[in-house]
Design a protein around this ligand. Structure first.
Ligand code: FAD
Length: 469
């Protein structure tokens, strides 16, 4: 009667439908995690700590988390044979890799007289539920969000099982997976900011709903403040159930702040939906005409952007926040991404790849959809010709320069008037602040006005090709 629970991006015990269903009748449970080798470097750091927390929570209830590395279908089939497993339970996945694996696994398990049961766990709605009146997919966010609100998010939480028990199995040692960085250990900034695991996720939600959500409508755009929930890595690894976040936020009842926060949760659903329908979301533009966009291959510019050395302070602050903490504020993500794809004309896929490796929460759906949104080639995307001016964005959202000074300390003595555009500062002002452009801080790779012109010219070629094509 042993059942197997295959944890993927649902690393929690509370409100975990796969675990809850498997634990019915106090059945012996084999609790399994198979390393997702595609995880980026910052995600691996997070995963190490998340699995440590999950293993401890399971052990406190009398169970054991089995860790394995390798081909999921082979591993699961072998465990099913070895332990006479009658049912495998897992969270339903949106990622093409998992969907393909699930199809093969389903067929393999049938041959072993064992069922594969997949549960809605990582999203609020099943991917096929939210459709237009004609039954088709939504390509635009607002009506999608409206349809979600009309459908309503199911209530009622599934408690964590009180006790867990199951067979002893051979498990890998987490330390042997080498998920943590060594030589150099670059994770100091991540350790200082995050507490991966279910308890950390709940604490983060409680802290956000206790106060900051009241001010979310305005504070969420100010990168110097902790005005957003910072739940994204917890949500990505499924350390907290999206339904729980939704209903706890609704119950907090802080007016407009909550309403906007719920809308952000629906952007997450929208991205998942896009991935469900566009399996190549990470690599191919939804708007096909962008396949022929005249991107530039400039590795030196790409490297400068990655290191936060573009000479545009708000962009450099964002890229350094990402490197140091494994996260970046959403407003600044939009500015940094826009500078890469519009001012530097570097393909959005190169930015997506960098975020994949450096963001703790790098997610096929949200990352792919957001990069396409910024580049203007995605669903309901910002039009390509609407180009963020990073100086104006900096002045508007970091007016007193707290954020830039936090991550670009070499500019800390520059007066506010020039903080977002040091190249416009008179020599005497620069000298007074201890800066020589090109030495302590770079000359801009591309100035905002020049970048804007080049981006518009590139876009014109796309339009011309469309008209002649
Ligand atoms: P909050 O403002 O507190 O929002 C609450 C939750 O809503 C978030 O935790 C997240 O789960 C969800 N959410 C918010 N905004 C979005 C959005 N635009 N799209 C999808 N979900 C959203 N988000 C990721 O989770 N993973 C990614 O890999 C990712 N890559 C991005 C890349 C770019 C270029 C951009 C512009 C955005 C990206 N985002 C990504 C979306 C967004 O920036 C983050 O979800 C958000 O900044 C996380 O911070 P938070 O938890 O404090 O968000």
């Amino acid at each position: 009667m042993t059942r197997l629970v295959w944890f993927r991006n649902d690393l929690r015990l509370a409100d975990n439908p796969a675990l809850h269903a498997a634990a019915q009748g106090n059945a012996p449970l084999l609790l399994l995690y198979i390393l997702d080798e595609r995880t980026g470097a910052a995600g691996r750091w997070w995963l190490h700590h998340s699995l440590t927390a999950l293993a401890q929570d399971i052990s406190a209830k009398g169970g054991m988390l089995t860790l394995r590395r390798g081909e999921p279908v082979e591993i699961i089939a072998e465990l099913v044979r070895e332990h006479g497993v009658t049912a495998v339970h897992a969270a339903r996945a949106y990622e093409p890799f998992w969907r393909k694996t699930d199809r093969v696994l389903d067929a393999a398990l049938r041959g072993l007289d064992c069922g594969l049961h997949r549960h809605l766990s990582t999203s609020l709605f099943p991917p096929e539920q939210i459709t237009t009146k004609a039954g088709g997919p939504f390509g635009v966010f607002t009506p999608f969000a409206r349809a979600c609100r009309e459908a309503g998010v199911r209530e009622g939480f599934l408690p964590a099982p009180e006790k867990l028990h199951g067979p002893e199995t051979q498990s890998d040692k987490l330390a042997n997976w080498s998920l943590l960085p060594r030589e150099p250990d670059w994770a100091g900034g991540l350790r200082a900011q995050w507490h991966p695991g279910e308890a950390g996720a709940m604490a983060r939600l409680d802290a956000f709903l206790s106060e900051p959500v009241r001010d979310y409508a305005t504070a969420r755009d100010i990168p110097a403040r902790h005005g957003t929930s910072r739940l994204s890595p917890h949500a990505h690894f499924g350390e907290i159930s999206p339904r729980l976040v939704w209903h706890r936020a609704l119950a907090a009842g802080h007016g407009q702040g909550v309403e906007i926060f719920l809308k952000e949760l629906l952007w997450r659903e929208f991205s998942l939906n896009l991935l469900w329908r566009h399996e190549e979301l990470r690599t191919r533009p939804i708007r096909e005409e962008f396949e022929t966009f005249p991107w530039r291959d400039n590795q030196a510019y790409l490297a400068a952007w990655q290191k936060g050395q573009t000479g545009i302070p708000i962009v450099d602050a964002g890229m350094r926040e990402l490197w140091r903490t494994g996260w970046m504020h959403n407003r600044v993500r939009m500015i940094c991404a826009s500078y890469l794809v519009k001012h530097l004309l570097i393909p959005w896929q190169a930015g997506e790849k960098w975020f994949w490796d450096t963001l703790c929460e790098a997610d096929e759906a949200a990352n792919g959809a957001s990069w396409q949104w910024v580049a203007g080639c995605g669903a309901d995307a910002a039009p390509y010709f609407r180009i963020f001016n990073p100086v104006l964005q900096g002045r508007k959202f970091d007016p007193d320069g707290v954020y830039v000074r936090r991550f670009v300390p070499e500019l800390k003595n520059l007066p506010d008037a020039y903080l977002h555009c040091p190249w416009e500062a008179p020599q005497a002002v620069l000298a007074g602040a201890g800066i020589r452009l090109g030495h302590e801080y770079p000359v801009p790779l591309v100035q905002p006005a020049d970048g804007r012109q080049a981006a518009l010219a590139a876009y014109e070629t796309l339009k011309a090709a469309r008209h002649t094509g």
